[in-house]
Design a protein around this ligand. Structure first.
Ligand code: UD1
Length: 418
């Protein structure tokens, strides 16, 4: 088990390039079983979630190769419609395999998915969407079994714009008979990326990003060579770190409109932000004003995946921030760790009251989930003295070269095996 040792208090300066988005790459990998031809995805980050998804693909019989930063998948010999339960537990996104494996084999079997322990995370919307397409679903002994002699296009209204449910339904509808319309679909940029990827394979998917997606089923999809979009959550984490510590960053590889909600808050905090030649430039003097209220929302609202990191920033802003987490029930587990560093946070249900203190002090903390772990790193970078962040397995699920990129900005952080 690895840990970070961070000597805090450095201002951060430099340029960072975002990795390709974890949440874009994972559904694309799932989609690779939709064709018999070769799929090449470029810029695939070497993070644990991606490696687990590649393992799942291998175990269903795909030939998976890594070539530099590309993943090359040939699923012409894929045989199994069963997603191995051991890997499903590691990775919630394994649930995307349901839609694509169903399309491929007309049946799919999966155990209830795992992932970060941040709340209930049901998959009822995925399953009711699939049922509307003609899938018969039986749930027994922790397994979900899906069968469909044929998938038939239809109208589906999502009660909530779930990212995963939208993606799963697209994957199940892409070769269905006729037209599927998904209303109240999620608008996240990663959905647009999935649409672009599928259309590059010969699919007919339109409307992603706008709340209604129309999928006209096609008979066949072909191979593709594709570069996914940049990771707005990873980029947001570096922007927050520099805003909070003070300094200047040029963030490459992510479009400002994809993290507009964060940039808006950081400006209110007192950061200067502009874009230049496709880079987001942020300057901060490190003395930030608190923003009174932040609420997480589906895109284009403030992303839940940046809630923890941004809350870490709020701990030393001048004034009080009310943070409301509207997506996941138990996404404040990191708050107890921040308190050990001197943060003043009170949690009640979905709301955190964060009263800014003059400074945090170094402490030993344990990362309990992916973004919570990143928040502890942000806190450690600005705290006075030395901090430790233990159990990096969660952080490794989402950040490639985390300490390397931070060191490049001038942070004093090292990874130690214990
Ligand atoms: C995706 C992201 C995750 C991000 C989340 C919200 C990936 C791989 N993961 O997760 O990083 O935090 O979007 O932006 O892209 N819900 C239901 N029933 C369902 C599905 C979801 O009630 O069938 C609820 C969830 O409990 C949650 C909300 O809908 O409260 C949002 O979940 P969803 O958008 O589905 O998130 P994920 O796809 O799991």
């Amino acid at each position: 088990m690895d840990k970070y040792i961070i000597d805090g208090g450095e201002k951060l300066y430099g340029e960072v390039e975002a990795q390709c988005a974890k949440n874009a790459v994972l559904p694309l990998l799932a989609a690779s079983v939709l064709t018999d031809e070769q799929v090449k995805i470029r810029g695939v980050p070497p993070i644990a979630d991606v490696e687990n998804m590649l393992r799942i693909l291998s175990e269903v019989g795909c030939n998976v190769r890594r070539q530099k930063d590309c993943a090359i998948i040939d699923s012409s010999n894929a045989v199994s419609h069963e997603i191995p339960p051991r890997l499903t537990k590691e990775l919630r996104s394994s649930v995307f395999m349901l839609g694509s494996v169903l399309t491929r084999f007309r049946r799919a079997k999966i155990s209830y998915p795992g992932g970060c322990d941040i709340g209930l995370r049901p998959i009822d919307l995925h399953l009711s969407g699939l049922k509307r397409l003609g899938v018969e679903i039986t749930e027994e002994g922790g397994y979900i079994e899906c069968k469909a002699d044929k998938l038939v296009g239809t109208e589906i209204l999502l009660d909530f714009p779930s990212v995963g449910a939208t993606e799963n339904i697209i994957l199940a509808a892409v070769k269905a008979q006729g037209i599927t319309v998904i209303r109240n679909s999620a608008k996240e940029p990663e959905i647009i990326d999935l649409q672009n990827f599928l259309n590059a394979m010969g699919a007919s998917v339109h409307g992603a990003g706008g709340g209604t997606i129309v999928i006209e089923g096609v008979k066949k999809l072909h191979g593709v060579d594709y570069l996914p979009i940049g990771d707005r959550i990873e980029a947001g984490t570096y922007l927050i770190a520099v805003a909070s510590c003070g300094g200047e960053i040029a963030m490459k590889g992510v479009r400002a409109e994809n993290i507009a909600a964060l940039l808006h808050k950081l400006r209110e905090n007192g950061c200067k932000i502009h874009t230049k030649n496709d880079k987001i430039i942020l300057e901060s003097n490190g003395r930030l004003k608190a923003v009174p209220l932040v609420e997480t929302m589906p895109f284009p609202g403030f992303p839940t995946d940046l809630q923890a990191q941004y809350s870490a920033l709020c701990t030393t802003a001048q004034g009080t921030t009310l943070m409301v987490e509207n997506l996941f029930e138990t996404r404040y587990k990191y708050a107890g760790e921040l308190k050990r560093m001197g943060a003043d946070i009170t949690i009640r249900d979905r709301t955190a009251v964060i009263r800014g203190v003059a400074k945090l002090h170094g402490a030993k903390t344990v990362a309990g989930d992916l973004r919570g772990g990143a928040a502890l790193v942000v806190a450690g970078l600005k705290a006075e003295g030395q901090s430790e962040v233990l159990d990096l397995s969660h952080v490794d699920r989402g950040y490639a070269d985390f300490e390397y990129k931070l060191k490049k900005l001038g942070a004093k952080i090292r990874r130690v095996r214990i």
